[in-house]
Design a protein around this ligand. Sequence first.
Ligand SMILES: [Fe+2]
Length: 140
Amino acid sequence: MTLLRWRASMSLGVPTIDADHKHLIEILNRLHFLKLAGDDSGSLGNVLGELVEYTRNHFTREEALMRRCGFPGFAHHRQQHQAICDALADFHLAFYTDPAGFDMAAFYDFVADWLLVHVMREDMKLRPHLVKAGLFANAG
Ligand SMILES: [Fe+2]
C-alpha cells in the first residue's frame, strides 16, 4: 500500500468540497496509523464509523452542489456514491463481526484507490459546470 496524501491536482476548486476530500484522507490515514500502533478494536471501530459517517455527509454536500450547478451526470454520479456507501457499510459490518480478522491494509487500499480515482475522474467532471454556475472558487 502507498500512503494517500492530498495533492493540488485533486482540487475541485470549491473550498468546502476540497476540505471534505482532505478530511477523508486524514481519517483514512488516522485509521492506518492506529492499526500500526496496535490500537484496540474499540478505537479502530470508532474511526471506521467516523469515516463511514463523514463519507455519507460529504456525498450529501457534493450532491447538493451538483444540483445547484445542474450537473447532467448527477444520476450516474449518485449511483457511484451509493455503491461506495454500500461497500463501506459492508466493511464496517465485517469489522464488527471479526475485528481481529479485518484486513486493514486491503481496506486502506480500497478506500485510497476509490478516493483518488473518483475525485480525479468523476468529481472533476463537475468543474466546467461549477465554472458556468459561478460556483468555482480557485485551485488549492
Ligand atoms: Fe463524488
